[in-house]
Design a protein around this ligand. Structure first.
Ligand SMILES: *Cc1c(COP(=O)(O)O)cnc(C)c1O
Length: 323
């Protein structure tokens, strides 16, 4: 019997919960991409997911399982990224109050997007206050349930539904690659892959500036690092989670890294060749293949594009900068 924090049954149950609520995002292909990689590539486009990233899947799956008391009390999270918007939107859809703890200098667009989904934003000073401690204090004081961005079985199982859909639609992969931050996406997708295609190799891709995941997998213990400096803001995590690592060490064969310059090349490729708008973090897995950081010659390859939330001016700045 498995003692891992999630099983494929959890992913199947999550898929039932998000059915008709989350988008079944398209799987896209490109002859040019195939030629560049020397392989057959299938891109699962979570940049087209509700609120713009796969995080909606995990957040919705988590809040949907609240008890009546938890629903009454509300949800809280500390994140200024895609998880914040995912929690705010999911809570709104399920009629639950959401409190999001954000740094006082969070980008105005992110604050506005979170409020737009009905979330209450509580600011903290990132130089003097600890967001986790504040989140836990507010949770206790106000009877809110804390849902962290990745290290939670319900979040992980929800994220795995992206890979389940990809396998069901295009199937028969030799390799599956996903971006890696704290490991919610990778652990969920690896769980789906293990059940649906046991011989498929699963690879996580993280920013070169923060290769804690790679070192953790190689060393067999979670490595902690300083917040990495990278344009992949969705993967600026300092360590894997206990739950995510337990799955990753069993189900993931390799973790590779890509540089910021390689992410920018991939953003340009997606925009100009495939006409899709992808945020830097969303490009991690694709960059590893298109920039040949992994050998997938002649293989059939599934790739998760994880999100598309990047400010338009920021996008323009990144793709027009001289290398
Ligand atoms: C959060 C996020 C990631 C990383 O996901 P983890 O579950 O933390 O590994 C990757 N891409 C995007 C767009 C994200 O928002």
């Amino acid at each position: 019997m498995s003692t891992l924090p999630i099983t494929f049954d959890d992913v199947v149950a999550a898929h039932e919960r998000v059915r008709g609520v989350a988008h079944r995002t398209p799987v896209m292909t490109s002859r040019t991409a195939n030629e560049l990689a020397g392989a057959e590539l299938f891109f699962k486009c979570e940049n087209f997911q509700r609120m713009g990233a796969f995080k909606f899947r995990g957040a919705y799956n988590a809040i949907a399982q609240f008890t009546p008391e938890q629903k009454q009390g509300g949800v809280i999270t500390f994140s200024s990224g895609n998880h914040a918007q995912a929690i705010a939107l999911s809570a709104q859809l399920l009629g639950v109050k959401a409190v999001i703890v954000m740094p006082h200098d969070a980008p105005a667009v992110k604050v506005a997007a979170t409020r737009g989904y009905g979330g209450e934003v509580v600011f903290y000073d990132r130089y003097t206050e600890d967001r986790e401690a504040l989140g836990q204090r507010l949770a206790a004081e106000r009877g809110l349930t804390l849902i962290p961005p990745y290290d939670h079985p319900h979040v992980m199982a929800g994220q795995g539904t992206a890979a389940k859909e990809l396998f069901e639609e295009a199937g028969g992969f030799d390799v599956l690659l996903t971006p890696l931050g704290g490991g919610g996406l990778l652990s969920g997708c690896a769980t789906a892959a293990h059940a649906l295609a046991p011989d498929c190799q699963v690879i996580g891709v993280e920013p070169e500036a923060g290769n804690d995941g790679q070192r953790s997998l190689q060393g067999g213990a979670i490595v902690h690092i300083e917040t990495p400096k990278t344009i992949a803001d969705g993967a600026q995590t300092q360590h894997l989670g206990n739950h995510t690592f337990a799955v990753i060490r069993e189900r993931v064969s390799e973790i590779v890294t890509v540089s910021d310059a390689e992410l920018v090349e991939t953003m340009k490729f997606f925009a100009s060749r495939m006409k899709i708008y992808v945020e830097p973090t969303g490009c991690l897995a694709a960059a590893a293949v298109l920039q040949r950081k992994v050998d997938v010659q002649g293989k059939r390859v599934g790739i998760v594009i994880s999100g598309g939330n990047v400010d338009l001016l920021r996008f323009a700045e990144l793709v027009s900068a001289q290398p």
